[in-house]
Design a binder for this molecule. Sequence first.
Ligand code: IDP
Ligand code: MG
Length: 138
Amino acid sequence: MEETFFILKPDCLERGLVGRVLERAEGRGLKITRMEMRQIDRPTLEKHYADLVDKPFFPTICDFMTSGPVLIGTLAGVGAVQAWRDMLGATDPSQAQAGTIRGDFALAALPGQAIKNIAHGSDSLESAQREVAIWFDQ
Ligand code: IDP
Ligand code: MG
């Protein structure tokens, strides 16, 4: 069964949206196969976002993602990777369609701050496998 990796980001926990977000995943038919609360450390985040480490806004992502606890986990189901990406919507919540998690629960970023968009989802099967290894298999 295909598995994708998720992070419910600090804004999701801070705002008390965990239940509503997971309810959507489960309602779609995705099964929670792992879940754990973590306080993210910078080295793990740098591995996870290896493609973003050199971006000028990476320090704002670090500040945001370490600002409070997160829930990490995996969702399993047929086509889980694409299904979860579709449910999340566009990276920038101001561009995300209504009906998506980011489109329904988040707003555009404040200037100079990270985009706070509730949840992460792997962008491909290869990314999912890479991310599960980073977060769970060490
Ligand atoms: P994704 O989460 O939709 O896959 P990525 O481009 O992989 O988007 O970026 C990872 C995360 O980094 C985003 O979800 C968002 O929280 C943050 N981010 C991406 N681009 C920017 C930006 O231009 N400014 C601030 N934060 C950003
Ligand atoms: Mg991404």
